[in-house]
Design a protein around this ligand. Structure first.
Ligand code: ARG
Length: 268
């Protein structure tokens, strides 16, 4: 059953590729700002059309990656675990999002270790899956477990193209029998084995699906907002009873981002 969600997003008014902090980014890349804005607006329309609430944080000039709202926090039961970015260029985003959360009535915990919010922290039923390898530090996994009291499973990412956990894995259903979709090759041998044990029925994606950010999807338990080029994965999801809702954020892939990156979930 789909569960209505509350999402926090940030309009790509100042979106650009001005520095390179992941392999998808190249300093000389021109972004088509109008196209990016149009694609982003389609995502918001799609969320609303499926009954989800969308809140928006005011974008800040000079923070071109601020559109990637997922990285700002993990929110569970109204408690906000904030962010500390790896790249100095992105560090001021934490404060901008913190201000939004405070004005909306939330307290924000500031992590001591590098932690990039839902980019690397994925709530999957009884477990919190936590990525490390490129951005979020392992010490933050311990901090987040202490904060929420949710069993936290560390997963090691090994391919720099899949530098955040949410580029290689997403949650299909977050109830007690949570299930996920993921791309095994993005993970270390041991982490793959952990995922196999925890999610024996997971949907396994191909290299092609992963390369077009098919794993950077958002599911409400039934509808899966997914990159249209992730055709094999969309077919596989449909066979599992999900309804793929294609939304093209190709312009954001120039910055190494996709649908999930642009979406922060506020779980009250
Ligand atoms: N350019 C951004 C970065 O490298 C993209 C962030 C994508 N966000 C995500 N949740 N994967 O930090």
């Amino acid at each position: 059953m789909p569960r209505p969600r509350r999402f926090l997003v940030c309009e790509p008014r100042h979106f650009a590729v001005q520095y390179a902090i992941n392999p998808w980014m190249h300093e000389d890349t021109q972004v088509d700002v109008e196209l990016a804005r149009g694609q982003w607006a389609e995502l918001i329309r799609a969320y609303r059309a499926h009954g989800h609430t969308v809140d928006s944080v005011e974008p800040v000039a000079g923070l071109p990656d601020m559109v990637f709202a997922a990285n700002s926090a993990l929110v569970v039961a109204g408690r906000v675990f904030g962010s500390l970015f790896h790249a100095p260029q992105r560090r001021p985003e934490s404060t901008a999002y913190e201000t939004w959360f405070k004005n909306a009535g939330f307290d924000v915990y500031r992590p001591e270790s590098v932690c990039e919010g839902e980019g690397d922290l994925v709530l999957a039923g009884r477990h919190l899956l936590a990525g490390t390898g490129f951005r979020t530090e392992r010490a933050a996994h311990h901090e987040v477990q202490e904060f929420f009291g949710v069993p936290t499973v560390s997963l090691t990412l090994v391919d720099p193209r899949f530098y955040h956990l949410d580029t290689a894995l997403f949650v299909l259903d977050d109830g007690p029998g949570a299930n996920i979709a993921y791309y095994p090759e993005a993970f270390s041998q041991g982490s793959r084995e952990v995922l196999r044990r925890l999610f024996p029925d997971a949907v396994v994606a191909t290299h092609e699906d992963a390369m077009v950010f098919g794993l950077n999807s958002v599911s409400d338990g039934r509808h899966v907002f997914i990159a249209p080029r992730a055709e094999a994965l969309a077919g596989e999801l449909a066979r599992h009873g999900y309804v793929p809702v294609p939304v093209d954020l190709s312009e954001f892939q120039k910055a190494g981002g996709g649908i999930k990156c642009c979406t922060q979930e506020i779980r009250s």
